[in-house]
Every structure is written in C-alpha cells, then in structure tokens.
Design a protein around this ligand. Structure first.
Ligand SMILES: Cc1cc2nc3c(=O)[nH]c(=O)nc-3n(C[C@H](O)[C@H](O)[C@H](O)COP(=O)(O)O)c2cc1C
Length: 199
C-alpha cells in the first residue's frame, strides 16, 4: 500500500504514471501480441459513451506492414515506426451502432445513431480517445514502452489500411522496449492549482 493510502502501490503508480515516458526508439526485442491482448483485456473496462467501445486496432507485426505505414507518417515519426517491433493503428469505428447491438444497446438508441453520421463520428472519436488512454496505461502495466503519434496523414492511413471498413484512424502507437536513446528529457507538467478551480 502506498504511503499516501492510495489503492495501488507506489511502484505501480511509477510504472503507470511518474516513470512512464514516450519512447521513440526501440531495442531489438519483441513485443508479443499476447501482451497486447492482455493489455486490451484490461483497457476494455474503460468507460465509453453508451458503452459504445468504438476503438479498433490494427497490429502491424510484420516489417512489411510497418513499411506500408512509414511513408504516411510525418518525417520524424518514420524512424520510430520502422524501428518498433510492433506498431498499432488505433481507430474509431464509425459503424459502432452495429457492434453496440451485439452488446444489447437499445433499438431506439441504435436507430438514432444509424440516422446520424455526425453523432456516430462524435461519439466514436470521443470514446475511442478515452480507450486509447486506457490502452497506453495497460500496455505500460505489461512492462512495454509506448509512443503515441498523430503526426501522420491519417486519411491516407485509412485509404491504405481501411479501404474495406469504416475505421477512422485516431493515432499510431509504437510498442516495444525503449533503447538508450528512446526518451527525450522529461517535459514539465502543470500543477493541479494551475489547471483547476474549486467552486
Ligand atoms: C495525441 C498525441 C499525439 C502525439 N503525437 C506525437 C507525434 O506525432 N510524434 C512524437 O514524437 N510524439 C508524439 N506524441 C508524444 C508527446 O509529444 C509526448 O507524450 C509529450 O511530449 C510528453 O512527453 P512524455 O510522454 O515523454 O512525458 C503524441 C502524444 C499524444 C498523446
């Protein structure tokens, strides 16, 4: 138990938060898909609007798949994608109403969603971003280093990887074990008082 009486240990808080750091280059060591599966099994408990769970994943496990992605990344983001043992394309599924039916969503809500692309887009994107945040934490809990990147031609990624499905890319995540050059100096963070008001 933490000295501050938190529900998880100080060691766990360090892995998830205080020591966790964006990785940009990786050791030649695999990031097993089994670990991503376990991370997903934890991350899926994230809250999502109407329990919509719109996040979808492409796992680029082969060098060939990562080579297809690299030209669609901004210049400085190409090396991480080519050097990581595993890269995830994280998307929001705009056909989320179909998968929500499987989980027992009300027909009335599904009809409203089916009739409004704008509503589906907003819902899918908001909730997929929350799921992405949880996934990052869950991958870190597995002992993996991650680097989230949005510096990319996101519509181009959809054209290359999602031509057959309505998945809208929201981010690319490099996964692996950071090497000696992986981490930039820690950037500052705002204090609580600077970002909050108590009313
Ligand atoms: C939504 C999002 C987009 C990001 N895009 C990029 C990116 O395109 N390239 C990059 O090198 N880092 C990217 N980052 C990483 C951030 O720059 C990094 O998390 C931030 O500077 C804090 O550094 P730290 O995670 O090491 O503490 C992104 C992070 C997030 C959450």
């Amino acid at each position: 138990m933490s000295s501050h009486d938190t529900a998880v240990s100080d060691d766990a808080l360090a892995v998830l938060f205080t020591d966790a750091h964006t990785a940009r280059s990786f050791r030649d060591e695999p990031a097993p898909i089994e670990q991503v599966r376990r991370a997903y099994d934890n991350a899926r408990w994230a809250p999502t609007a109407l329990n919509s769970q719109p996040m979808r994943l492409d796992l680029l496990a082969s060098p060939e798949a990562r080579q297809r992605l690299a030209p669609l990344m901004a210049g400085m983001n190409q090396e991480p994608v080519l050097g990581a043992p595993l890269v995830l394309i994280v998307s929001a599924d705009l056909a989320l109403d179909q998968s929500m039916r499987e989980l027992g969503a009300s027909e009335q809500m599904l009809e409203r969603l089916a009739g409004s692309l704008e509503m589906r887009q907003g819902l899918a994107r908001d909730s997929a971003l929350i799921q992405l945040g949880y996934l990052v934490l869950a991958l870190r809990a597995e002992g993996l280093d991650v680097g989230v990147m949005t510096g990319a031609d996101l519509p181009g990624i959809d054209a290359e990887f999602h031509a057959d499905r309505p998945w809208q890319t929201i981010a690319v995540v490099c996964v692996g074990h950071g090497d000696a050059d992986a981490f930039h100096p820690r950037a500052g963070r705002h204090d609580f008082d600077a970002v909050s008001q108590v009313l």
